[in-house]
Design a protein around this ligand. Structure first.
Ligand SMILES: Cc1cc2nc3c(=O)[nH]c(=O)nc-3n(C[C@H](O)[C@H](O)[C@H](O)COP(=O)(O)OP(=O)(O)OC[C@H]3O[C@@H](n4cnc5c(N)ncnc54)[C@H](O)[C@@H]3O)c2cc1C
Length: 556
């Protein structure tokens, strides 16, 4: 080996024209549509401070936790080293950090807690949109816990036992008897191999341990093909009792402290995305459970949980779109090509603005929908609006996410295809909202069901859209076409997606015309209600893309 001192290698190049990291943000403050919607839909300014705290928090260290929880996905331990069943999932510490913070923020319970104030659903929706920008996967158990509470109301003594724990702000991931734990989380198990959308095909059986009926104890035997977050303390499960499909509350640990040994985790799903979250296949071998609600009324009971979960699909989709727009606008603001900033070049400004109006429309619908959940308990019109709007928004907003994520990713060029950018994670997560809790067709058909069963829901929905009547000729024309479409009964099932799209666009355009800056509302009406281009970046000439992009670019 040469004894001559070697000089430091000469630099090959200077790193330049790469955007600075997008970190240390207030995820709430730099999301103008969300800031505006919070006060408007909550009907109070009381939540602002809390949201800024949360925005700063979720824009900090949790961003790293999100990446770590995906790089180190959960691991299932079916057995211990001696061969005893263990049925436990081990998570990276970053997952537990995310969960603890989410529970502390009340993402799993805010509207149900004693300190709930007016606008609690709206505030929670805003909090959730900040948190899911750090990571979406941990939203699953938080959402299910939130959504289980209204379903448990069907069985007051079971609710009395569990709701105080499900709404606690302490996170305790250990599997211990419920009365030894300060808190608990709840999952759901409906889907079986032979049917997920059509849960009537469930074959899992429920056998009463004594006398059957509401609140009674049963043994469940069968399987569930998807059961996410299997480390939850409680599950709402559908199974066939003598009277038909019924809903059951199944604890992982029995009241005597022993494991509910009939709950066995077979394996974890190897999923496209949502990799921080464990989704499992389970076997139920005489697992202990209590009936919730009326025998044979399982779907009617669990539908409360399903609908609140669908609300979160919409909220989560809006948060995911915001994350994508923030990354895309930030990159384009800090990257030049062919001698000019990308954001200043008309073709790119068109793409960014088109992505931005989609995200803004999603945010406005999510927040308006959340208000309907606040109002519904004491307002019949809000109740029927909520019924239809949940299905419409779940279909449309979730359906828009994958294309949106792909286009936002492309704004970063090759960097967007690289894992460290965070864009591949957003892209892999994107289709999920439209699959679970009612896939696209199932949601579109659910809208038709709501239209048939609750005519007042359409009246309430159109009354909301009509609040912008006369303000934009394109929206007026769209509403007229929509009414004609709805009045035509021919091949309605075949046309289901078109009809639902029409309803969703009417609501989004109406909200934007009333509440968004004119540049945003005008571009949306022109591009979505007129002759839409097939790809993002096809806003018509005359759109004020500069103003739209500036509104949506992070403030760092
Ligand atoms: C990551 C992940 C986590 C999940 N976690 C859970 C969980 O925790 N608990 C749980 O119970 N389930 C869970 N699921 C299951 C999920 O809810 C189901 O996959 C979903 O409801 C669809 O059911 P399926 O897979 O059986 O598809 P199917 O019901 O077979 O549907 C297949 C396709 O047919 C369409 N379709 C169905 N019926 C009709 C119709 N009448 N007309 C036209 N088209 C129709 C659907 O839209 C879909 O596109 C999870 C799924 C995923 C991907």
């Amino acid at each position: 080996m040469s004894t001559l001192a070697r000089s430091a290698p000469a630099a090959t190049h200077e790193v330049r024209n790469q955007p600075p990291p997008l970190s240390g943000r207030d995820l709430f403050a730099d999301n103008a549509p969300l800031v505006e919607a919070l006060d408007r839909e909550a009907g109070t300014t009381d939540w602002r401070e809390r949201l800024h705290d949360a925005g700063r928090f979720w824009g900090g260290e949790p961003m790293t936790w999100g990446a770590l929880a995906n790089e180190h996905p959960p691991v299932l331990h079916t057995h211990d080293r001696y061969g005893h069943r263990r049925d436990e999932v081990e998570f990276h510490p970053a997952w537990h950090e995310l969960m603890a913070a989410g529970v502390r923020d009340g993402l799993h319970a805010l509207p149900w807690t004693e300190d709930a104030r007016p606008g609690a659903h709206v505030a929670r929706a805003a909090l959730y949109q900040c948190a899911v920008q750090a990571e979406a996967g941990f939203g699953c158990p938080l959402t299910m816990t939130f959504a289980a509470v209204p379903a448990l109301a069907a069985q007051p003594e079971v609710a009395a036992e569990w709701v105080p724990r499900l709404t606690s702000r302490a996170y305790d991931p250990d599997l211990r008897p419920a009365d030894e734990k300060p808190s608990a989380l709840c999952g759901m198990a409906m889907t079986e191999k032979q049917g997920g959308s059509d849960v009537r095909a469930n074959t899992t059986t429920a056998t009463p341990l004594t006398h059957g009926g509401s609140g009674a104890e049963y043994e469940l035997t069968g399987h569930k093909w998807f059961c996410s977050a299997p480390m939850c303390d409680l599950f709402l499960v559908l199974a066939q009792a003598t009277e038909g499909l019924s809903c059951f509350a199944l604890p992982r640990v029995l009241p005597d402290g022993g494991r509910n040994a009939g709950f066995q985790i077979q394996r974890l799903k190897d999923k496209l995305g949502n990799r921080s979250n464990a989704s499992s296949e389970i076997e139920l071998r005489g697992a202990y459970a209590r009936m919730v609600g009326e025998p044979g009324r399982g779907v009617a009971t669990i539908i409360q949980m399903v609908n609140h979960t669908r609300l979160d699909c919409v909220i989560g989709a809006a948060g995911g779109m915001r994350a994508a727009v923030a990354q895309a606008t930030w990159h384009a603001a800090n990257r030049s090509a062919f001698g000019a900033r990308l954001a200043d070049q008309p073709a790119m400004a068109n793409v960014l603005a088109d992505l931005a109006i989609e995200a803004e429309a999603a945010t406005l619908v999510a927040m308006r929908l959340a208000r309907a959940y606040d109002e519904a308990p004491h307002d019949r019109e809000a109740e029927v609006f909520k019924r239809l709007a949940t299905a419409v928004a779940k279909y449309h907003v979730c359906k828009r996410v994958p294309g949106h994520a792909a286009e936002a990713l492309e704004c970063l060029g090759g960097n967007g295809y690289v894992e460290a950018s965070g864009m591949p994670r957003l892209y892999r997560e994107a289709p999920l909202g439209s699959i679970w809790e009612g896939s696209g067709n199932v949601m579109a058909l659910d809208v038709l069901r709501a239209l048939r069963a609750t005519p007042a829901a359409l009246d309430a929905f159109l009354a909301e859209a009509d609040q912008a009547a006369g303000a934009d000729a394109r929206l007026d024309a769209h509403l007229a076409r929509l009414r004609a479409d709805l009045a035509d009964p021919a091949e309605l099932e075949h046309r289901a997606r078109r009809v639902v799209e029409g309803l969703a666009l009417a609501l989004q355009a109406s909200l934007l015309v009333r509440h968004a800056p004119p540049a945003v509302a005008d571009a949306f009406c022109a591009a979505r209600l007129g002759h839409p281009g097939l790809a993002y970046g096809t806003l018509p000439a005359g759109s004020d893309t500069g103003a739209i992009v500036a509104r949506h670019t992070p403030l760092v």
